[in-house]
Ligand binder design. Structure first.
Ligand code: C2E
Ligand code: MG
Ligand code: MG
Ligand code: MG
Length: 280
């Protein structure tokens, strides 16, 4: 009857829960091991100056190189790292590795670029983030001015006063600050103008349907205009087509990132891209 069916459904649900929890635990301990055993790598996606077409920066994006599964996307493990707390050592590793690599490229005489590193909401909540950044800079010798930290708009909205204090401390180190996925986090303009930031990154969701979606085009254009009026640089993410790039250029957008130019690539491949930029 209905009762038995209800109970059956409940058992099924409970079983699903345990399985999900078990999978989460397995993934978590595997990730912990991966971090210890050096199975995480950074890929680099070029950031292009729209006016000159030259590579002026790169975003460091973490990947997990699992011996069995191959390359695992951050979409699968960053959220887990965030809830489990693993994001703290993982984030520290990403910072250290990006700074080490950036300094190695400088030492090799490659064109100077900014390296953008993603900072998760939980990292931003830690009060020792500025100390961790200072340490990564000091240990590598990388220049603070070439390091850009990307913070999502939603992370800033979470605990506004604390976030603001951390941003000021980071800025005092000389690093640049970018708001990632801008336009998706509902930060008020009053808050926005208080952030000591230099860059707005237009979320790729607004870029994807250019030139077909007129609303997205209007929003992208408005973000460029607003960013510029606040003295900020504006970078568009997820640019895949020449039409999208032309539209963004016409709006005066400063930089872009996207498959149109390059996917995120391993360090050695990025180095080749950068070398090709150097004057011959
Ligand atoms: P994000 O920071 O917004 O990074 C942009 C994502 O868009 C990257 O995905 C990138 O590969 C992808 N992308 C770039 N160009 C295009 C394009 O033209 N078309 C499309 N469809 N996608 C494009 P990825 O590498 O899978 O990273 C996903 C997210 O994972 C990142 O979004 C970021 O939130 C997070 N993430 C990655 N690495 C780290 C990290 O080291 N630390 C933290 N906290 N989060 C990270
Ligand atoms: Mg990012
Ligand atoms: Mg983004
Ligand atoms: Mg994103």
């Amino acid at each position: 009857g209905a009762k038995a069916q209800g109970r059956g459904a409940w058992c099924f649900y409970a079983e699903e829960m345990t399985q999900a929890a078990r999978e989460r635990l397995t993934l978590e301990s595997r990730l912990r091991r991966a971090l210890q055993q050096g199975q995480l790598v950074l890929h680099y996606q070029p950031q292009i100056d729209i006016a000159t077409g030259r590579i002026v920066g790169a975003e460091a994006l973490v990947r997990w190189l699992d011996p069995d599964e191959g390359l695992i996307s951050p979409a699968r493990f960053i959220p887990l790292a965030e809830v489990s707390g693993l994001i703290e050592p993982l984030g520290a590793w990403v910072l250290a590795e990006a700074c080490r690599q950036g300094q190695a490229w400088r030492a090799a005489g490659l064109p100077e670029i900014t390296l953008a590193v993603n900072v998760s909401p939980r990292q931003l909540r830690q009060s020792d983030l500025p100390a961790a950044v200072a340490q990564a800079l000091a240990q590598s010798g990388f220049s603070a001015a070439q390091l850009e930290l990307e913070i999502t708009e939603s992370a800033l909205a979470e605990n506004h006063e604390h976030a603001l204090r951390i941003l000021h401390e980071l800025r005092a180190l000389g690093v640049q600050l970018a708001i990632d996925d801008f336009g998706t986090g509902y930060s008020s303009l009053v808050q926005l103008k208080r952030y000591p930031i230099q860059v707005l990154k237009i979320d790729q969701g607004f870029v994807r349907d250019i030139p077909h979606n007129k609303d997205d085009m209007a929003i992208s254009a408005a973000i460029v205009a607003m960013g510029h009026s606040m003295g900020l640089r504006v970078l568009a993410e997820g640019v895949e087509t020449a039409e999208q790039l032309e539209f963004l250029r016409a709006q005066g957008c400063d930089r872009y990132q996207g498959y149109l130019r390059s996917r995120p690539v391993p360090a050695a491949e990025f180095e080749d891209l950068l070398r090709a930029e150097a004057p011959h």
